[in-house]
Design a protein around this ligand. Structure first.
Ligand SMILES: Nc1ncnc2c1ncn2[C@@H]1O[C@H](COP(=O)(O)OP(=O)(O)O)[C@@H](O)[C@H]1O
Ligand SMILES: [Mg+2]
Length: 189
């Protein structure tokens, strides 16, 4: 059973960590974000099965999927003096998704390549980071596999963290590509 769902920068979900129970009822007025929540779960499932790019393309691309509001709320916005609306983005584009169940946790950070806009395909999202860990929260000691840009490290049967990829394509997930019955069994599971 999934115990926790975390979403950041997805549609109207700016930053949410949601504890789940065996049955979780989500209610709210129209436009409060129920469908965004449901869709984020589907996206997370597809992304971790290696479908990140196809799945985001089906949603209209990363740019229409990202939180479109302001990066920060000014005092005037909070006081209702100016409308809450997005302006030109200054920070790094980032869509983060994660979940934890009784056994494992997994999280992914999607963004745009550093050369975004310079080539025809460079507006395609890339996977910036991924992590798989044992238990509910990631720490240094319980990390099973971690991807940082093109490199993937996996905990092997001898308890060593070994590099299994140095140049994983930016749209490929470690969940599909580093899953191996020898080093990377948990990714397979
Ligand atoms: N990329 C985005 N950034 C910010 N808000 C968005 C984005 N895409 C959709 N929204 C807004 O998110 C709100 C929540 O929509 P939705 O999840 O469909 O709500 P509900 O299902 O509860 O009616 C809507 O008001 C919609 O305009
Ligand atoms: Mg809805």
């Amino acid at each position: 059973m999934i115990l926790t769902l975390a979403v950041s920068g997805y549609r109207s979900l700016r930053d949410i960590v949601l504890p789940l129970d065996r049955i979780t009822l989500v209610t709210g007025a129209n436009g409060s974000g129920k469908s965004s929540l449901y869709r984020s779960i589907r996206l997370l499932a597809e992304v971790s099965q290696g479908q990140a790019i196809a799945s985001l393309a089906a949603e209209g691309g990363l740019n229409s999927t990202l939180w479109a509001g302001p990066e920060a709320f000014s005092r005037a916005m909070k006081q209702g003096e100016v409308p809450v609306q997005g302006t030109v983005r200054k920070g790094v584009v980032s869509l983060k998704l994660g979940f934890a169940d009784e056994d494992y946790g997994y999280a992914i950070d999607l963004g745009l390549p550093a050369d975004a806009g310079r080539s025809l395909f460079s507006m395609d999202p890339e996977i910036k980071a991924e992590a798989l860990w044992a238990g509910e929260a990631l720490s240094r000691s319980n990390e099973i596999a971690a991807r940082n840009g093109p490199t993937v490290r996996v905990l092997n049967a001898h308890g060593q963290r070994i590099p299994v990829f140095q140049n994983l394509a930016r749209f490929d997930s470690m969940m599909t590509h580093a899953a191996d019955p020898k080093d990377g069994l948990e990714l397979l599971v």
